[in-house]
Ligand binder design. Structure first.
Ligand SMILES: Cc1ncc(COP(=O)(O)O)c(C=O)c1O
Length: 428
């Protein structure tokens, strides 16, 4: 495929935007090459600035679960826009979407809308700290909760000591309050809790990890975490920015029958507009300003266009009893098709899948945490990525990302993708 215009646009962008992009993973650093500029998208397809059509497995990193430019969502936004785009005053639609979200998701009474997943997770942690009166948090290596300071932490010198910043600009003072644990390793989490007795406010986790590829919780890990939190008066934060309204109406909480104390949302809940949210039972949410002491705010929070898109999206998902099983069936079909052709072509691989999240890892044994995900062969992944791109299939430009399946994909699209994987496998 030809990317002449994308390359020219990228060169222009680089002059005025750092690295030419407004979010680093878009820059293709993980795979090399020049990012593709999108002109428009419809259903399961992206159309780039060079006139290529790509079957899209990223879907804006998750939000477009029903496909691009989904009519009910677009119509809702257009209608709303005609009536004014922002007021900084309450609107009825905020209550409407809040009621619907609370009715779809288990264990939440109240929800606060923000503008991104980062804000949702950052605010959830502040709320947990304010509510519990404790400072430390535990997060898992390989889980991503946005780019706020407390989360940009890497392992410190010893497993049970505090982490260190993994970005300049994050202070040691902030880093010392974040403890880093190993996903799917309950003994490791127990040791951290024990070593920091009565100091841990919350444990934050992606209940199905999606930021080291797709990594499912194993061996009742979530249940064990829940029990550990209950026994130690620690709040469990489920970061459902990826899994919320994707794995089920009620997200991972519903799928695994485990409750979080605070739940974070992003992506699908905004229907493709900038929306995040966090939610909990009333007692916790009433700790927030203006009725409680924990401060949290936003000029554009609950923005009418964003709420219109999110409401239309949630209404669609709520009204369609089959949508999540349809998504899962398509993802299973893709999984089996890809596994078959990779095996036939003797390519060592592991495929992880939960619901409509899936990832392909090369040369890796079972992928259960960040370390096992990092053992994957990145050179093979790069060839795989560029090979698929050349065949008209767009997957995430990083070996550490999940593919997001959209309901707009037809079985012909899936067969097209499996055939593309077969072609590319012969070159790996
Ligand atoms: C699980 C999870 N939490 C939080 C975030 C941050 O969301 P945002 O990029 O909207 O700030 C992401 C983004 O990919 C995510 O995957």
């Amino acid at each position: 495929m030809i990317y002449k215009r994308s390359s020219a646009l990228f060169a222009e962008a680089e002059k005025v935007i750092p690295g030419g992009v407004n979010s680093p993973v878009r820059a293709f650093n993980g795979v090399g090459g020049t990012p593709i500029f999108v002109k428009e998208a419809k259903g399961a397809y992206l159309y780039d600035e060079d006139g290529n059509r790509l079957v899209d497995y990223i879907n804006s990193w998750g939000p477009m679960i029903l496909g691009h430019a989904h009519k009910p969502v677009v119509d809702a936004v257009v209608e709303k826009a005609k009536k004014g785009t922002s007021f900084g005053m309450p609107t009825e639609i905020e209550t409407e979407i809040a009621k619907l979200a609370v009715s779809m998701v288990p264990n939440i009474d109240k929800i606060r809308f923000v503008n991104s997943g980062t804000e949702a997770c950052m605010s959830a942690v502040r709320l947990a700290r304010g509510f519990s009166g404790k400072d430390k948090i535990i997060k898992f290596a390989g889980c991503y909760h946005g780019h706020s300071d407390s989360f940009l932490i890497q392992a410190g010198s010893g497993a049970s000591t505090f982490g260190t910043p993994n970005s300049p600009g994050v202070t040691q003072g902030t880093a010392k309050d974040t403890l880093l644990a190993t996903y799917n390793d309950i003994e490791n989490v127990k040791a951290l809790v024990e070593a920091n007795k009565d100091e841990v406010a919350c444990i934050i986790i992606e209940p199905v990890a999606g930021n080291m590829g797709c990594v499912p919780p194993k061996n009742d890990f979530l249940k064990k975490l829940r029990d550990l939190c209950d026994a130690n008066n620690i709040l469990l934060i489920f970061d459902e920015v990826m899994t919320g309204f994707r794995l089920a109406k009620g997200g991972a909480q519903e799928r695994y029958h485990i409750s979080g104390d605070i739940v974070c949302f992003g992506k699908v809940i905004g229907g493709g507009l900038p929306v995040g949210a966090f939610a909990a039972r009333e007692e916790i949410m009433n700790y927030l300003a203006p009725i409680g002491p924990v401060y949290q705010a936003g000029t554009l929070s609950g923005n009418p266009l964003a709420m219109a898109a999110g409401l239309a999206m949630l209404q669609e998902l709520n009204a369609d009893a089959e949508v999540f099983s349809r998504l899962e069936a398509k993802t299973k079909y893709l999984h089996e098709g890809i596994a078959k052709v990779l095996t036939e072509n003797k390519i060592t691989h592991t495929i992880n899948r939960v619901g409509s999240m899936i990832s392909v890892h090369f040369d890796a044994a079972e992928v259960v945490d960040f370390n096992t995900a990092a053992k994957g062969n990145n050179d093979t992944f790069k060839k795989f990525f560029h090979g698929l791109l050349n065949e008209g299939v767009y997957i995430a430009p990083s070996a550490f990302e999940t593919w997001f399946i959209t309901d707009a994909l037809s079985y012909e699209d899936l067969d097209f993708t499996i055939a593309a994987v077969n072609t590319v496998s012969k070159t790996l």
